[in-house]
Write a protein that binds this ligand. Structure first.
Ligand code: ADP
Length: 583
C-alpha cells in the first residue's frame, strides 16, 4: 500500500477531525493576514492625524482580539488533529503487534529485536507525522501563501509584490535542500545510535562472559568509538539545522531591501501610503512559514514513505506458522506422532528422524536421551513451533493442523527449561495462564509446584515483584514458578522440557508426587516429561530414549533396566552420582 492510500483511507475515516482542523487553520490564516492590514490602517490614521484616542484604543483592542483568536484556534486544531493522527499510530502499532504475536520462532531467528523496536517506535512515528503534521502544514502553508500573496498583490500593490517576492523561491529551494540534508543526517544519527544501543544491550546481557574472558577494556573501547560516531552524526544534523536561520535572514534582507527601494520610491511619488508600506513589510515576514512548510512537508512525506516501506514487509510477512485450522476444541483421544522427520535446515542432518510415539489420555510419557538428541525439538513439533518435513502428528484422530492454534495453545501447557518471568508480582506471573484465577487457586498451584513456602519467605509474599525491577529468583525457583503457572492453566497436556533441571532431587520427587496426585484427580490429563535426569521419568507409564533424533529404546522403567542398554547404564551412573553427592 502506498503512503498516499494509507493516509487517504485514514483521512476518509476521520474526516470530521480533518475538516474541522482545516476550518480552524483557515481562521488562523485570515486573522494572521488581518493584523498587518490593521496596523497599516492605524499608522495611516496616525500619520494623517485623523485618529482620536478612542479609535486608537479600539484598533489596539481589535489587534489583541485577533491575537487571542489565533491562539485559541491554533490550540484547537492541534488538539483535534493530533488526537486523530495518534489514532493512526495506534492502529498501525496494533496491527504490527498482532502480526508479531502470531509469528513463530522461525521469524524471530531472522529478525533482530532492536530493528523490530525501531519499527514500532521511529518508523510508525514517521508515518504518524506524515498523516498529521505534514497534511496540515501543507494545507496551512498553501493557504497562507495564497492569502498573503493575494493581499499583497491585490490589496497593496502588484508591482511591489512582483519585485519583493523575487528572493522567496530561492528560500523555498534552500529549505528543501537543508531539510533533506537534515533528514539524512538524522537518519544516520539514528542508525548509529541504534548500533550503540545494540552494543549496550549485548554487553549488559553478556557482562559475565565479558568479564570471564577479560574483554571489558575491548568492549569499553568499542563503546567509546560507537558513542563518538553517534555524537558526530548528531552534530552533523545540528550543523545542517543551523543553516535554516541564515537562509531566512538572507532572503528577508534581500526582500526588505527591494521593498524599501521600490516601496520608498512609490511612497515618495504618492502612489503608496506609509501604512501600506508597513503592512507590506509585515507580510514579507509572514511568507517565511509557507516557504518553510514546503520544504518540511516534502521531507516529512519522504520519511513517512521510508517508514512505511520498512513496515509493510513485516505486516505482509507470511506467518511462519499458518493458523488455518478450524476445530476450536480437542476431543478425547490419543496424541500420536507418526514417523515424524524434522530438520532445522534443509541440508542438515534431521533433528528428528522417523519418530513415532503415542500418548494416551491420562498417561505420562518420559522422554530421555543425551543433550542434542531431539527432545526439545519433538516438543516444539507438538507445539507447532516446528513443522515436520514428513510424517504427521494427530490428536484425538485429527491432524494438529486441523485445530486452531488457540485451541492447541490452551490444550497444552509448556514449561521450557528457561522460562520467562515478567516484571510483575509473583502472583501475577503464576496467574498469567489464567488471568481470572483467584489467589487461592494461585496458592494451590504454587503448593503443587513446591514453591509456596519459598514465596511466603519473600518480602511481600505473593505480592513481591519479580523480574527486572523486583527480586531475583534462583534458577530452581524460576522453574517452580513456571511449573505452578502451567499447573494453574490445567490443560489436557503438560509438556515439561527439562523443567526440573535446576531443582534438587528431593524437591523434584515432591513435585513429581504432586503431579501424580493431580493426575489421579483428573484421569484424562496427560504429560510428557523430557529430562536429562532419569529420576524425573522413572515413574512414567512409558519412557522413550531418543538418540540422534531416533528412538532407540522404549518401555517402562523396569523394562528398560532389563534391556540393559543406554537407559540402564545411564541409570546406574546417575544413581552412583547421586549417592556420591549425598555423602
Ligand atoms: P535436546 O532437547 O535433546 O537436547 P534438541 O531438540 O534441542 O535436543 O536438539 C536436537 C538437534 O537439533 C541438535 O543437534 C541441535 O543442535 C539442533 N537444534 C536445536 N535447536 C536448533 C535451532 N533452533 N536451529 C538449528 N538447530 C537446532
Amino acid at each position: 500500500m502506498s503512503l498516499a492510500r494509507l493516509i487517504g483511507g485514514f483521512v476518509r475515516r476521520h474526516w470530521p477531525a480533518y475538516v474541522s482542523s482545516a476550518f480552524m487553520l483557515a481562521g488562523v490564516a485570515i486573522c494572521t493576514v488581518l493584523i498587518p492590514r490593521k496596523v497599516g490602517a492605524l499608522i495611516d490614521g496616525l500619520a494623517a492625524h485623523s485618529l482620536d484616542g478612542r479609535a486608537l484604543l479600539l484598533g489596539l483592542a481589535q489587534l489583541l482580539g485577533l491575537g487571542l483568536a489565533i491562539y485559541v484556534l491554533r490550540v484547537g486544531w492541534r488538539i483535534r488533529l493530533y488526537s486523530a493522527a495518534y489514532n493512526l499510530g495506534v492502529e498501525l502499532r496494533t496491527r504490527l503487534y498482532a502480526r508479531l504475536s502470531a509469528q513463530g520462532p522461525g521469524f524471530y531467528q531472522r529478525q533482530r529485536t532492536g530493528d523490530l523496536m525501531a519499527l514500532a517506535t521511529n518508523d510508525i512515528d514517521a508515518i504518524e507525522m506524515a498523516a498529521g503534521e505534514a497534511m496540515l502544514a501543507g494545507f496551512d502553508g498553501t493557504l497562507t501563501l495564497v492569502i498573503v500573496i493575494g493581499i499583497m498583490t491585490l490589496g497593496v500593490d502588484a508591482r511591489l509584490a512582483g519585485v519583493a517576492l523575487l528572493p522567496f523561491p530561492l528560500m523555498a529551494f534552500a529549505f528543501w535542500r537543508i531539510s533533506t540534508q537534515v533528514h539524512h543526517a538524522e537518519a544516520d544519527a539514528l542508525k548509529r545510535f541504534s548500533s550503540l544501543n545494540d552494543h549496550v544491550q549485548e554487553s549488559l546481557s553478556g557482562v559475565r562472559t565479558l568479564r570471564a574472558l577479560g574483554l571489558e577494556s575491548r568492549s569499553a573501547s568499542q563503546f567509546s568509538e560507537l558513542a563518538g560516531n553517534a555524537a558526530n552524526a548528531s552534530l552533523n544534523a545540528q550543523r545542517w539545522e543551523a543553516a535554516y536561520e541564515p537562509a531566512v535572514g538572507l532572503t528577508l534582507t534581500a526582500a526588505t531591501g527591494l521593498t524599501l527601494g521600490l516601496g520608498g520610491y512609490l511612497v515618495w511619488n504618492g502612489e503608496l501610503t506609509v501604512g501600506d508600506l508597513t503592512s507590506f513589510t509585515m507580510y514579507l515576514g509572514q511568507l517565511i512559514w509557507p516557504m518553510f512548510a514546503a520544504g518540511w512537508v516534502l521531507s516529512l512525506i519522504e520519511r513517512g514513505r521510508a517508514g512505511l516501506n520498512r513496515l509493510q514487509p513485516l505486516l505482509d510477512a507470511p506467518l511462519t506458522v499458518e493458523d488455518t485450522g478450524t476445530l476450536a476444541s480437542i476431543g478425547r483421544g490419543a496424541l500420536a506422532v507418526d514417523r515424524v522427520t524434522f530438520a532445522y535446515h534443509e541440508a542438515e542432518k534431521p533433528a528428528l528422524d522417523g519418530v513415532s510415539v503415542t500418548v494416551e489420555p491420562g498417561q505420562t510419557l518420559g522422554l530421555v536421551g543425551p543433550t542434542g538428541a531431539g527432545k526439545s525439538t519433538l516438543l516444539r513439533v507438538l507445539l507447532r513451533q516446528a513443522t515436520p518435513q514428513s510424517g504427521m502428528v494427530t490428536w484425538a484422530g485429527q491432524p494438529l493442523t486441523a485445530y486452531r492454534l488457540e485451541a492447541l495453545r490452551s490444550a497444552m501447557s509448556w514449561v521450557p527449561q528457561e522460562s520467562f518471568l515478567f516484571s510483575a508480582t509473583i502472583a501475577e506471573n503464576i496467574a498469567l495462564a489464567r488471568p481470572g484465577a483467584s489467589r487461592l487457586d494461585v496458592e494451590e498451584a504454587a503448593k503443587m509446584a513446591s514453591i509456596h513456602d519459598d514465596i511466603l519467605r519473600f518480602p511481600y509474599g505473593y505480592d513481591t515483584p519479580v523480574g527486572e525491577k523486583g527480586i531475583t529468583l534462583s534458577g530452581g525457583q524460576r522453574q517452580r514458578v513456571a511449573i505452578a503457572r502451567a499447573l494453574l492453566a490445567d490443560s489436557a497436556l503438560l509438556l515439561l522440557d527439562d523443567a526440573l533441571s535446576a531443582v534438587d532431587t528431593g524437591t523434584e520427587t515432591r513435585i513429581l508426587e504432586h503431579l501424580d496426585e493431580l493426575r489421579a484427580a483428573r484421569p484424562e490429563r496427560a504429560a510428557i516429561i523430557a529430562s536429562h535426569r532419569l529420576s524425573a521419568v522413572a515413574g512414567a507409564d512409558r519412557i522413550v530414549v531418543l538418540r540422534d533424533g531416533r528412538i532407540t529404546e522404549s518401555g517402562t522403567h523396569d523394562e528398560l533396566l532389563a534391556l540393559d542398554g543406554w537407559y540402564a547404564s545411564q541409570w546406574r551412573y546417575q544413581q552412583l552420582e547421586a549417592s556420591i553427592d549425598a555423602d
